[in-house]
Write a protein that binds this ligand. Structure first.
Ligand SMILES: [Zn+2]
Length: 297
């Protein structure tokens, strides 16, 4: 193990609570999380385990998993669940090791990890991280330093949950854009080369968007055969999208209603969310069958 909760500073990270302040009501997150589990498990029919989407945004993968009959829990800061809160994190680790969580989706915020920001390091708008300073350059302007602190805390939480799933053989997918520096982190590089890891690169446009948004999905404990539908990249030449025949929308500036394109492109295309839920779902089924087979021997 190489990191996790470094000393927090004041500002965007609330050191008294041990998490990120987000401007909403102060919620006893662990209590809320336990209530979410009880509510999810009360539903009839499905096996008493939960499919969890963490850093869920609008929760499209969880929605697709529900349609496949799973009970789901969506964890999202805007709904009061701060995954960087150490109490929340250790509760979730317990759910992973005890088998309550059957599958997990992890999509930690990527903006501070992007290689898209060019310019002079430490200048406003310049890159906040370099290959030598993956956890953030020293001496950043205050606004960038704050973004890096949040990016670090959420990434550390995601990697810790990913490692827990690796150990306990829980099917999991970790997602970040292809240009995210997080994939250079030693912990993620180790997981990328693990025998039970399958990294997949896919383009959102192959799942119905006008933007390409090339993305990396790192699956652990999911059979390769379950991932064929996800391994889809733009193959066009001449700069036109091979799916729509039109130029890709470049995710810069805003659309006609003033919404930044990066924000419009945040959610997974529904078809991609369905394919992710389907892959994790078959991995869970497969594991269940293997367990039954072992028991019958
Ligand atoms: Zn395309």
């Amino acid at each position: 193990m190489f990191f996790f909760y470094e000393k927090r500073e004041s500002g965007d990270i609330d050191s008294s609570k041990g998490g990120i302040t987000w401007g909403g009501p102060t919620v006893p997150a662990v209590t809320q999380l336990r209530q979410m589990l009880r509510r999810a498990l009360r539903g009839g029919g499905a096996p008493p385990v939960i499919f969890v989407e963490a850093f869920a945004g609008c929760g499209r993968v969880a929605a697709a998993a529900r349609r496949r009959g799973w009970r789901t829990v969506q964890l999202e800061l805007k709904q009061g669940i701060d995954l960087t809160d150490p109490h929340v994190l250790s509760l979730l680790e317990g759910w992973i090791s005890s088998g309550v969580i059957c599958a997990l989706v992890l999509a930690p915020p990527c903006s501070s990890w992007s290689v898209a920001r060019r310019g002079h390091p430490r200048s406003p708008g310049g890159p906040p991280r370099t290959p030598q300073h993956l956890w953030g350059l020293p001496g950043l302007p205050p606004k960038d330093a704050a973004k890096v602190r949040v990016g670090n805390a959420t990434m550390k939480a995601a990697v810790r949950l990913l490692q827990k799933c690796a150990v306990h053989k829980v099917p999991v997918v970790f997602e970040n854009p292809i240009g995210s520096r997080c994939f250079q982190l030693p912990a993620l590089r180790r997981l990328l080369s693990a025998p039970f890891a399958v990294p997949i690169t896919c383009d959102f446009c192959r799942f119905g968007t006008r933007w390409r948004k090339r993305t990396r999905l790192l699956f652990l404990h999911v059979p390769r055969a379950a991932l064929d539908k996800l391994d889809m990249r733009w193959t066009g030449r001449s700069g036109l999208c091979s799916v729509t025949g039109k130029p890709h929308i470049i995710l810069q500036s805003c659309d006609s209603s003033g919404i930044p394109w990066t924000q419009r492109a945040e959610a997974y295309p529904k078809r991609l969310a369905r394919a992710m839920a389907s892959a994790l779902s078959s991995a869970v089924d497969e594991m269940h069958l293997q367990r039954l087979h072992t028991l019958s021997q």
